[in-house]
Each structure stands twice: as C-alpha cells, then as structure tokens.
Design a protein around this ligand. Structure first.
Ligand code: 13P
Ligand code: SF4
Length: 315
C-alpha cells in the first residue's frame, strides 16, 4: 500500500516535470513494468530510434541502455537526451572498441561494415550500415552480394543473418550479450520439454537459436524475431502458449498485449542488470535536474549519422 502510494506520487511528479520540460519518455521492451507503464512509447531498438527521430519534444528521456541514448542523441542533435542512470551500459556493446574495429577494417579494406545498433557511437562512426535485430537480414540483403561484409559485434545474430541470406562472405565478430548467450540449447530444451505444444519464439542474440530451429515441430514452426516481432507475432498467431527466449522484461508487454495467452520464459534468469538500473526515481531525478545528458562529439556524430539513417530507413 505504502509502495503503491509512493509510486503514484512519483508518477505524478514525472507527469508534471514532463509538461514543464516538454519531455517524452522512451522505453525499451526490457524495461521494468512500472517504467513501461508510464512511458510515452515502448518498443524495440529500431522503433525507439524512429520514434525519437520524429518526436517534437525538447527533452527525450531514454529508459533503456546507454547506446540507445547515444543513438537518439546522434539522430536528434537539437534535443536534450537524458539517460536516468549512466551506468546502464551493455555487455554486447562493450565487446568491440573503435580501435579493434579499425584494426579489423585494416585487414579487410574492401569490406562493408555492418554494425548492430548495440555499439558505441565511436564504433558506429567507423561503420557503413547499422542494423537492429528486426532489420539485420534486410540490411545485409541490400549490400552487393560480391562485397565481403564485416558484421559485428554479435556472433549469434551474425550467424543468423548468414544463415538467412545464404551469404558465404560474411565475417562475424565473436561478441555476445551475456544475458542472451546464457539462454543456451540445454536451457531451451528443458523448457520445451516441460511445456509441450507451446510455440517457441527466439531472439537472434540467444545462444540457443541453432538448437531452436532444429527442434521437432511444435505445431507451429519456431520463429526467430526481434522483441517487437515477438509482440506482433504472438498477437496474430493461433497458438495459446509461447516459450519466450529473450530478456524477461518483455513478458510484461506480451501479457498486456495478449492477456488471454500464456507466456513462459525460456530462462527465468535472463534479466539484464543494465536495463534494470532504470526506475521511476532516477527518471524523476533526471527530468527534475536535467542530469546525465548524453551527447556525442560532433566529429563522431557526423560520421555515425549516415549508418544510422540507413538503419532507420530499411525494413
Ligand atoms: P531489440 O529490441 O532490437 O530486439 O534488441 C534487443 C536487445 O537486446 C536490446 O539491447
Ligand atoms: Fe545489452 Fe544484452 Fe542487456 Fe540487451 S540484454 S542491453 S544486449 S546486455
């Protein structure tokens, strides 16, 4: 009861501050439920970037992780972009630095560089294209089939893109997200065995994607989807129960969008510690103090803009 009262007061403060600052709150699908519930927009990485780019707000609070705020800052240089907790990093984005990418490019100077959006602004600035999990295959399909591709930093997503496009000339960086890599073949198999008949939806960053695609048919074939892809697919699918292989914050939105269907986490432990640093208190503080403004040096921003614009336009 006391906790509920506290949350209501915080939500009221946030609403007032939003009006005063002409601010919007943009949340990723993995955010804690109370943050999703008061956000102006909730979506996957691609939808967040598109929504930020068209917003007329002066202040954008990114309830997500640092690279998402950097992406908004690159696309919207006239807006004040805030991250409620600057420690909200990403283990995947940290798996490649700009120096490592430059060294890789030096070995393959003719290659086209495709970077997942889960990268630093400095890495994006060295890239030809950015992509997200929802348009990675389409982005790669746009590239001349004769050109070699350096795909980074996620090994599982890169392998999925190579499988879907049939391209042999993709070199994939060996990075991973510790949350998704932890959803491995053994974990998925156990969950599938204890929920026969449930449809399996897998995020392409997962360690179990290859196993998931090799599963005996559960009535409906396994789908490899981004977080927004899982939401729209589960709404339309005739299935009544789904095994969800991704970060468990997504279950909140899945259950809201399809309240009569059952959603089972492939792994109950798949919780991103960075996403969960964001809460109503630090959103309120960020808006009140205009604290933790994320900006990208102009020389980096200029170079990162083209690959990001390509990402926003494709798919
Ligand atoms: P999407 O929202 O693009 O599916 O990405 C998942 C993710 O891990 C973001 O960090
Ligand atoms: Fe990064 Fe993984 Fe967390 Fe997504 S779930 S923000 S990829 S650490």
């Amino acid at each position: 009861m006391i906790a509920n009262h506290h949350s209501t007061l915080l939500a009221d403060d946030i609403e007032r501050l939003k009006r005063e600052r002409n601010a919007v709150i943009l949340a990723h699908n993995y955010q804690p439920g109370p943050v999703q519930d008061l956000a102006d927009f909730v979506g996957d990485s691609l939808a967040m970037a598109r929504w930020a780019a068209q917003s007329s707000a002066d202040v954008v609070v990114v309830a997500g992780v640092y690279f998402m705020a950097e992406t908004a800052a690159i696309l919207c240089p006239d807006k004040t972009v805030i991250i409620p907790d600057p420690k909200a990093g990403c283990s995947l984005a940290e798996s490649i630095t700009a120096d490592q990418l430059q060294a890789w490019k030096n070995n393959f100077p003719e290659a086209v560089v495709v970077s997942y959006v889960n990268t630093s602004a400095a890495v994006k600035a060295l890239s030809d294209y950015c992509c997200t999990s929802s348009n990675a295959v389409k982005v790669v399909e746009q590239i001349d089939p004769e050109r070699e591709i350096l795909f980074l930093p996620d090994f599982f997503l890169g392998s999925h893109v190579a499988r879907m496009t049939g391209r042999q000339n993709i070199r994939v960086w060996m990075g991973e997200c510790h949350v998704h890599a932890g959803i491995d073949a053994e974990t998925l198999t156990k969950t599938v065995e204890s929920h026969p008949g449930a449809e399996v939806l897998v995020h392409p960053e997962c360690g179990c994607t290859t196993r998931a695609l090799a599963l005996p048919p559960q009535g409906v074939a396994t789908q490899v989807l981004s977080t927004d892809g899982m939401i729209s697919h589960s709404r339309k699918s005739p299935s009544q129960s789904f095994i969800i292989a991704t970060e468990i914050g997504l279950l909140h939105r899945l259950r809201q969008e399809s309240p009569h269907k059952q959603f089972i986490a492939a792994s109950e432990h798949a919780l991103c510690p960075f996403m969960n640093l964001i809460n109503l208190e630090n959103i309120r503080d960020g808006l009140r103090d205009l604290a933790h403004v994320v900006s990208v040096p102009e020389a980096v921003r200029e170079k990162a803009l083209l690959p990001l614009k390509r990402m926003v336009a494709i798919g």
